[in-house]
Every structure is written in structure tokens, then in C-alpha cells.
Design a protein around this ligand. Structure first.
Ligand code: ADP
Ligand code: MG
Length: 699
């Protein structure tokens, strides 16, 4: 019987019921097609042999040639099988902790073997646990190239003979048998534009590459295909949204906007701000539904862009809302906006979880009646009781704090969904944004307001604290204010609280009353108390603000020019960058001091070095992405979208961009996928949508 893609894996020669079970349960492989798509994670060069004398603790896997002697079975507790593997240059111990019996009976002392394994260095000696062994006489049978794929496996699967070699043997049966059923899926135009290897060859070469070059081309083709279908879904989603979801037409820039611009604008917009406002105006003026992400580094001036957009909504007879992730930030937005608006006839209100009932009721009435033009708040805004008369624009600040679910609720506030503007200060590398926000339009404010001095960042070990305190004192004498921030990680909230209070005490001793005033803000305080402390600091009444990361997002105190980050090694790069963005907002030179313990992991050291080297949020985001991987970077809720088999969003940015371009070109020419050459693409997409019904809600 010929093998077909759909053939259940147990019908394949060499599999049988037990191994089939293992393939399904352990490796998630159910059909021949599934097995074919189980790609090597790495390749070894079969022509490269090491000798025992060349072994080195840093070597990952090595291939050796030699003979086996001294087979010894150790019984009882810690039972294992030992043997010595010897070549001309020396010997190394082999160990098996499992399956000793079958290994022992299969070993042929005196014969030449090829060994493959990972050497461990322990007590002055190398040993190789569970090596893969093959008789030299069998070694070259049936192999064309020098590269051999390594397949990942599990311990249980290995016991059923499905280690890397075992899987490779199955592939040797499968690939030639099934290759007749592998058909090209891309139209010729895509194949030629991106110089893609054809699909059948790519499957053959990815398992059994004839050369490094062929392997690279095969991988490129496979990654491209994987990313292409991801992008097809995103681009299509975006197209249908713009087509289907009608948006309100904000045709006019009217009196409110113009009056504000002429009489109250506190500064000249930067060119980047102007460009982004123009993009937003264009979106909202067309009758399509706006779904735009505005990325701008901390301090780039997103707030005023939000305000101007909201004024356009008001000019067209609509209400607008601005949602922030924390109460402190909502309050700050409220203060900033009311201050900027001055005597403008715009009714702005603040609604948060701690608004008093009477005030709350009054606000709800005003919202329903349309007398309130702009509503600012936290999650409280999306509760069902909040009913707008005509919400035309919803702005979400610091989007990464909001779940997908919450964004969805905002959408449903009207029958015609309001225009949506998302503002984030977490710069996302462009190619990652293409995937995570693939259905959104993206604007970037890539310019800081004039006159900003870049923050000077330095790294200090805890042991140098006295010096840091001295520096703080100097700065306070110059009239500056200082943040001292402690990490807050939920799992160890108690410990963090203790760190913070200990730190507060030692600061109080070093900076005693009445000459020095210190504020504290942490998660255990109630919102009103927090606000009072924040306000005292903002008003310049206190010199030092000791806080957990509650201040991370958005807070604006221009006179604060020193940011001391305690246990900085416990923060991720993007968080460090966000925190640093709290200073450098005024005219003074600002400083960021990263405090860490003396012992740092390589990863932590790289984070500190990166922070000291650059202020560029995008550069930092790139490093962050490489260090942490995209899933972590974006929080878990989105990681489903990133569950890629082969492509790596951190490393394959170019392929992401190419595949997105290909998807866009194809859909431009054939939006409904009706052309004959696109039928296979269409079928594949239909299948993917069926397999993943919730896909559209990811971003
Ligand atoms: P973010 O993008 O981090 O939200 P903000 O909107 O809080 O930044 O702006 C940071 C600071 O820069 C604020 O004090 C704001 O008033 C000021 N600002 C914004 N745009 C300009 C500009 N074009 N010229 C001068 N100052 C500006
Ligand atoms: Mg902001």
C-alpha cells in the first residue's frame, strides 16, 4: 500500500501499534503528513569526526570512530551499563541508565563503531551518557550528503526506539514513498519572486540535505511557507475589517481642534507627532474603521497626539474615551489633559474603580446624555453600565497591559464600533509587529521633543551603595528629585514588600527628616493614599519617591532627574527601559542607576550593558526579543499566535517581511482568492481557519 499524507501513522512500515502510540502521545504525530512535517532541529556533519583527545567540555555533540571494550553491567541500586569506547588517541566511558539489557546484547566488542553523543566532563574524566552507536559498516549506507538531521524526541519515545536515529530511519522509508504526493502550493509568481525551492525538493532536502546550501534553501522555503500562511490570515483579517466594519466619518477638523491648536497648544508638535496625527486624521476621515497602533518611545509625546485625535471626534459630534492600565496613570492623564485644555469648552471627566458612588452616577448620566465629551479612566470604562451616547473614538494607552478580551469589550460599546487607537511605549521590532499586530496599521513617533538630553545610565554593584547615596545627595542639593524603584514580582510579593521597606528604612537613615522628605508608594496602599503620595512628589514636596513598579507606566514628573533601580537584574529589558523613561523629561541632565548584586548571569550582564549603551527603545527591544523570545516579550495571551514550528520571529525577521509582502501582493491581485493559481493557497487557508477558530482574536 502506498503511503498517502492522510495515512494513519500505524500503517507505516516499521511503526506498528506500540510505536504509533508513542509517536502520537509523545511527539504529536498522527499521520504520515505529520511525520513528514517533523523537521530536524539541527544537522550534524557526518564527515566531521572528532578524536577522544579533542574532547572539550564546551562541545555540544560529537561524532567519534572507535571500538568498544570493557562492557560492565552494574546491578543493584544505581544500576547501569558501562563500557569503554576507545580510538587511537584515548578512551572515554559510555553509560546507559536505561535499557541496559538490550544495549548489552546488541553491542559487538571489537567491531568498528561510529558514536554520536554529548560528552560530559566529570571528575577529571569524560563520559558519554546514552550515546547513539552505529556499526561503521552500516554507517554510510544509503546516504548522499554529509549532513544528518537530528530529530528531537522524548525519553519514552526513545525507549520505543524512536530516538533521533530511529526517527531518521522512518523518514528514509517515508520521504521517497510520499514524495509523489507532495505538490506545489504557491503560484509560480511567488516561487520566482522569492527564489523559493519547490515544495517537494524542499521536503526531501530538509530531511536529507545534499549540501549545506540545499539545507539552507529548504529551510528558507519551509519557514517562508509557514510565515506566509500566518501573514495571509492577518492581512486578510485586516482587509475584511476595513471593508466590512464601517467606521464613523470624521470629515471635519473643526472649531474645537482649531481653537485648541491656536490658543492652547503648549508647544510646537514634533514632525513625527504631526505625521502621526495626519495618519490618524486620514484614517478617521475615510469612512473605514480605524484600528491603529501608535508606537512611541517613552517621552515621545503620545498624550498630545491622543488629545488632538479626541478633539477631532468632538468636532464631529462624537465622544471619546481614553483608557489607562492603572489608576495613577488615569489620574495623571486627566490632570495633564484638563490642564492642557485650559478654558476650552470641553467636558472631561475621570472614572475609576474608586470614584465615589454619587460622582459615578453623575458621570454615567453625563456619558449617556452626551454632555461629557471625554471620559478618562481605567478598566472601569469597559463595564457594561458605562453607556455612551455616541462613542466615536476609543484610545487605549499602554496597550500591553490590556488583555485581548478587554479590547474586545470596547469594540462592542456601539453598534458601529468606535475608531480604535492603541498607544504603546513598548517598542516592538518591526517584523514582530507585523505578526502580533498584523491586523492593525502602525504609526511610529520616532522623534523626541527638542531639548531632551539623553539619560546617562550606569551600573553599580550593591557594594558601591555609599557612592550612589552620595550622588543622590548631590542631586537633591541641586534641587532635583529621585525615584528609587524596587521590583514587584507577584509570586514573591511578600519578599518584595520587605525589600522595599528595608530599603525605605536605610534611605530614611541616610536622608533623615526634617531636611529630607521621602514618599513611599506600593501595591498594598489604597489608591487614595497612593495618589496623595504621588501628588506630594509631583508637587516637589518630597525629595525621594520609593516605589514598586506601580510608577512604571506613564508617570510624568519633569523635575525628577534620577532613577535608581534596585535589584535591576530582576527586571526585563523593556521594563528597565520604561522605568528609565520616567526621568529625562525636564531640561536637566538625568541619570539612571542600575543597582545589582555582585554575581550576575550572562543574560543579566547583557541587559545591564545594553541599558548603559543605548537609549534607543527599538534597539533595546531587538535585544530583548533575542534574549527572551517573542512569547515572553508579549505576555502569554498572545503566545498562541507565535506557535511556529520552524520559523523564529526573533531571527527570521527578513523572512517575516518577505512573506508579508507576498501575502499583500497576492491579496491585492486576488482579494477573494478566485484565480486558479491560488486555489491551493485558498484550500490550505480554509483548513487553517477551521483548525484554529479563535485565531482572529489574537491581536
Ligand atoms: P509619552 O509618549 O511617554 O506618553 P508624554 O505624552 O507624556 O510622552 O510626553 C512627555 C513630555 O513631553 C510631556 O511633558 C509633554 O508635555 C512633553 N511634550 C510632548 N510633545 C512635545 C513637543 N512637541 N514639544 C515639547 N514638549 C513635548
Ligand atoms: Mg504616556
Amino acid at each position: 500500500m502506498a503511503l498517502l499524507p492522510d495515512t494513519a501513522i500505524e500503517y507505516m512500515k516499521g511503526v506498528g501499534p506500540q510505536r504509533a502510540e508513542s509517536l502520537k502521545k509523545e511527539l504529536g504525530i498522527h499521520t504520515c503528513w505529520g511525520l513528514l512535517n517533523f523537521f530536524p532541529y539541527r544537522y550534524i556533519d557526518r564527515s566531521k569526526f572528532y578524536t577522544v583527545s579533542e574532547l572539550h567540555p564546551d562541545l555540544p555533540y560529537v561524532q567519534l570512530r572507535g571500538r568498544i571494550t570493557n562492557i560492565e553491567s552494574i546491578k543493584g541500586k544505581g544500576s547501569r551499563l558501562k563500557a569503554i569506547f576507545r580510538d587511537e588517541t584515548g578512551s572515554v566511558e559510555l553509560v546507559w541508565f536505561q535499557g541496559a539489557k538490550s544495549v548489552e546484547s546488541a553491542l559487538k566488542p571489537g567491531e568498528d563503531y561510529v558514536l554520536f553523543g554529548k560528552p560530559n566532563f566529570f571528575r577529571d574524566r569524560y563520559s558519554i551518557p546514552h550515546p547513539e552507536l552505529e556499526l561503521l559498516s552500516h554507517f554510510n549506507a544509503g546516504i548522499k550528503g554529509n549532513l544528518q538531521g537530528l530529530y528531537s524526541s522524548t525519553e519514552k519515545a526513545t525507549q520505543k526506539g524512536l530516538n533521533s536515529r530511529g526517527i531518521e530511519k522512518l523518514m528514509r522509508v517515508l520521504v521517497p514513498e510520499i514524495s509523489g504526493s507532495i505538490h506545489e502550493i504557491f503560484p509560480a509568481s511567488i516561487l520566482s519572486r522569492y527564489a523559493l525551492m519547490d515544495r517537494r525538493t524542499a521536503y526531501e532536502q530538509i530531511h536529507f540535505p545534499a549540501s549545506v546550501e540545499q539545507m539552507v534553501r529548504a529551510q528558507f522555503r519551509m519557514k517562508f511557507e509557514e510565515l506566509f500562511f500566518l501573514q495571509m490570515q492577518l492581512v486578510r483579517l485586516k482587509l475584511t475589517q476595513t471593508k466590512k466594519a464601517k467606521g464613523f466619518v470624521f470629515g471635519e477638523v473643526g472649531e474645537v481642534f482649531n481653537q485648541f491648536y491656536k490658543e492652547f497648544m503648549p508647544f510646537e508638535l514634533t514632525n513625527a507627532q504631526k505625521r502621526v496625527v495626519k495618519e490618524i486624521r486620514k484614517d478617521m476621515g475615510t469612512g473605514a474603521h480605524m484600528n491603529r497602533l501608535v508606537q512611541g518611545d517613552v517621552g515621545s509625546g503620545k498624550t498630545v497626539v491622543a488629545l488632538l485625535s479626541m478633539l477631532i471626534a468632538i468636532d464631529n459630534g462624537f465622544q471619546a474615551c481614553l483608557m489607562a492600565p492603572t489608576e495613577i496613570l488615569a489620574i495623571q492623564h486627566y490632570q495633564t489633559l484638563t490642564e492642557m485644555l485650559g478654558l476650552m469648552p470641553v467636558n472631561v471627566r475621570l472614572l475609576t474603580g474608586s470614584s465615589k458612588t454619587s460622582e459615578r452616577n453623575e458621570i454615567l448620566k453625563g456619558i449617556a446624555a452626551g454632555t461629557i465629551h471625554i471620559l478618562i479612566g481605567t478598566h472601569a470604562l469597559i463595564e457594561p453600565v458605562v453607556e455612551f451616547k455616541n462613542l466615536g473614538l476609543a484610545i487605549i494607552d499602554e496597550q500591553h497591559r490590556f488583555g485581548v478580551e478587554q479590547r474586545f469589550k470596547l469594540w462592542k460599546k456601539n453598534t458601529t464600533p468606535p475608531h480604535v487607537l492603541i498607544m504603546t511605549a513598548t517598542p516592538i521590532p518591526r517584523t514582530l509587529a507585523m505578526t502580533l499586530y498584523g491586523d492593525l496599521d502602525v504609526s511610529v513617533i520616532d522623534e523626541l521633543p527638542p531639548g531632551r538630553k539623553p539619560v546617562k545610565t550606569s551600573h553599580h554593584f550593591d557594594s558601591a551603595r555609599i557612592k550612589v547615596f552620595g550622588f543622590m545627595e548631590e542631586q537633591i542639593k541641586l534641587g532635583r528629585q529621585i525615584y528609587v524603584v524596587y521590583p514587584l514580582i507577584e509570586e514573591s510579593e511578600k519578599l518584595d514588600f520587605k525589600d522595599l521597606m528595608d530599603g525605605y528604612e536605610s534611605l530614611s537613615r541616610r536622608f533623615p527628616l526634617p531636611d529630607y522628605q521621602i514618599s513611599v508608594v506600593h501595591g498594598k496602599m489604597n489608591p487614595a493614599a497612593k495618589e496623595i503620595e504621588m501628588q506630594r512628589f509631583a508637587d516637589g514636596k518630597t525629595h525621594i519617591m520609593v516605589a514598586t513598579t506601580v510608577i512604571e507606566v506613564g508617570v510624568n514628573v519633569p523635575n525628577a532627574s534620577v532613577m535608581v533601580i534596585e535589584s535591576a537584574e530582576r527586571f526585563g529589558l523593556s521594563q528597565l527601559h520604561q522605568l528609565r523613561g520616567r526621568v529625562g523629561r525636564g531640561a536637566d541632565q538625568s541619570f539612571c542607576m542600575l543597582m545589582t548584586g555582585n554575581k550576575l548571569s550572562n543574560d543579566a550582564r547583557l541587559r545591564m550593558e545594553t541599558m548603559c549603551r543605548t537609549n534607543d527603545g527599538f534597539e533595546i527591544a531587538e535585544v530583548d526579543l533575542k534574549l527572551r523570545g517573542p512569547g515572553d516579550l508579549m505576555g502569554t495571551q498572545q503566545s498562541g499566535a507565535l506557535d511556529l514550528r520552524l520559523a523564529d520571529l526573533a531571527k527570521d525577521g527578513d523572512i517575516v517581511a518577505a512573506s508579508r509582502e507576498a501575502a499583500q501582493l497576492l491579496l491585492e491581485k486576488d482579494p477573494d482568492l478566485t484565480l486558479p493559481e491560488n486555489q491551493l493557497v485558498r484550500q490550505r487557508l480554509a483548513q487553517m481557519v477551521k483548525d484554529r477558530p479563535n485565531w482572529s482574536r489574537i491581536s
